[in-house]
Each structure stands twice: as structure tokens, then as C-alpha cells.
Design a protein around this ligand. Structure first.
Ligand SMILES: [Zn+2]
Length: 281
């Protein structure tokens, strides 16, 4: 095992470019499980669970709330749960420590904005499905997203009986209609200028890495993930000097034979793996 860790460190140190890909498994290792009806969900969202019957954060995101007051009570609570008075977790701090001096780029489907919280700069971060702190028009009437930190914090702190004050509810500045959090929950999800810019930045980062030593560092991405894992495996296959490094918990590690010689898989708790790596660095 120690040998594997040293190999990972060497690959990271020698890399010209590092692409970090992260999905739900990384959040779970931080203790945030958006698909689970766990004690954390019950503690933080128990009132919604009781009133509306949904059993996880993700179910809440897709839930057809009967009113805007109730919808914003939930989404501002989610914002609070992910971000208000939160410090970056040791996991995210260790990940940042591991790559901060390198040429890296992050691509993630996580909506908790925890990369930003840990200090990863926005110019190196592509959040494919948006994040919990931005807002857009619910109808997608115009192609722009808005920072929502201020209003979400206010709504999180001013809710009663599962509702926020009607005066706090954001309205679309163009059509006057309802707004929603900029996460991909329906077909109206906006791929606005900022989203396109980061998508381009991700593509350019990969193009520039062509022919060089590239490390694809994948954290907590499920075996069937097409958004992050499939491109990572393709790139590993195509690029002569690529190394595919994947961390995942028991049984979820998956490396196809065709790239096995260029891959390092570590099966285990991501928190512990990152801790070990930072110690070795
Ligand atoms: Zn609108």
C-alpha cells in the first residue's frame, strides 16, 4: 500500500498537468450524502421530511413544492447546510495541499461549492451541474446566472414553519417570474456565458496537456459515470504519457483492462488516502 501511495506522489510531482474529477463519493467522504436518509439529513432537514415526505436532499431538490415560500425555505436551508459558517473539511484542505503548486484543473458534478470553500480558484473549476449558491430564472427567460449568497443567507436565517417571508423571495429581474438555484434539476438549467467559459477552459486545459505528462485524478466517481469517468478513461487511453489515478471506497473502484498499465487505483476511505498522501508529499 505504501508503495502505491509513493507512486501516486511521484506521478503528481512529475505531472505537467493534473485534471481532478470529483463526484458524489467525494462529498460522501466529507459526511455529506445528498442521496441518503441519514442522521445528518434528519437532523438538518427533519422538518421538511415530516411536512413533505421526501427522504433526501436530492429528493428535496426535485420536489414540487406547493409554494415559493416553501421552496426557498428548503433551498436556503440546503445552502446553509453546505456553506454557512462552514470551514473547508480536512479532506478538501488535503486535496488542495496536494495540488496547489501544480498546474491543475477541476471538473465536478458536485453542487456543494466545496472546492471554492477550500480555496480552489474559480478559473480552474468547472462545476458541470452548477452549484447551490447561484440563481437563475426558473423559466430560463434570459441566459444569465446571479450570485445568490446574500439572499440565500437571509432566507436561511428567516424562516418559520417551513416558509420564508414572501418579501425575501427573489424575482427574475427580466420577466419578474420565479427564480431557482442554478443546479441541474430540469431542462431549464442555463449554460450561460460563465458556464460556457469554464467548459471551454476545461477543453483547452486538456488540449494544452496533449503529449505531456498528464495525471487524471479521480475522486469518488461511480463506475457508470459518463460525465467525468468516461472522458478520463478515454484520455488515459489516447494520451501516451497519461496516468489515471482513482480513489474510491470498497467495491466501487473500476479500471478497464485497456488502461490498467497506466492506472493506479486505491480502494479505501478517501479521507484517509488523502491524509496519507499529504504526509508523504
Ligand atoms: Zn425570467
Amino acid at each position: 500500500m505504501k508503495e502505491k501511495y509513493s507512486k501516486v506522489i511521484t506521478k503528481i510531482q512529475e505531472a505537467d498537468s493534473i485534471v481532478i474529477g470529483a463526484s458524489n463519493g467525494l462529498s460522501i467522504s466529507e459526511g455529506i450524502h445528498i442521496f441518503a436518509d441519514d442522521s445528518s439529513f434528519q437532523e438538518n432537514f427533519g422538518d421538511f421530511r415530516k411536512k413533505h415526505g421526501f427522504r433526501s436532499i436530492i429528493q428535496g431538490c426535485f420536489y414540487p413544492f406547493p409554494s415559493q415560500e416553501e421552496k426557498w425555505a428548503f433551498f436556503s436551508r440546503m445552502y446553509e447546510y453546505f456553506l454557512i459558517n462552514k470551514e473547508a473539511s480536512p479532506i478538501m484542505k488535503n486535496l488542495y495541499e496536494l495540488v496547489k503548486d501544480k498546474n491543475y484543473f477541476v471538473v465536478t458534478s458536485n453542487i456543494d461549492a466545496h472546492f471554492t470553500l477550500a480555496g480552489f480558484p474559480k478559473e480552474r473549476l468547472f462545476e458541470i451541474e452548477g452549484n447551490c449558491r447561484n440563481l437563475q430564472c426558473s423559466h430560463g427567460c434570459h441566459n444569465q446566472i446571479y450570485p445568490g449568497d446574500e439572499i440565500l443567507s437571509k432566507m436561511a436565517r428567516n424562516q418559520e414553519n417551513g416558509k420564508v417571508l414572501p418579501s425575501l423571495i427573489p424575482k427574475c429581474p427580466e420577466c419578474g417570474g420565479s427564480m431557482q438555484v442554478h443546479i441541474e434539476i430540469d431542462g431549464n438549467f442555463l449554460r450561460d456565458k460563465s458556464w460556457q467559459t469554464m467548459y471551454q477552459a476545461y477543453q483547452e486545459f486538456i488540449e494544452k496537456a496533449h503529449g505531456k505528462k498528464i495525471v487524471l485524478l479521480e475522486l469518488g466517481v461511480g463506475a457508470r459515470n459518463q460525465m467525468i469517468k468516461a472522458p478520463f478513461m478515454n484520455l488515459t487511453n489516447l494520451e501516451e504519457c497519461a496516468t489515471y489515478i482513482t480513489f474510491n471506497k470498497g467495491g466501487e473502484l473500476y479500471i478497464p483492462d485497456v488502461i490498467a498499465a497506466k492506472s493506479i487505483g486505491i480502494d479505501g476511505n478517501i479521507a484517509e488516502v488523502l491524509q496519507q498522501l499529504v504526509k508523504l508529499k
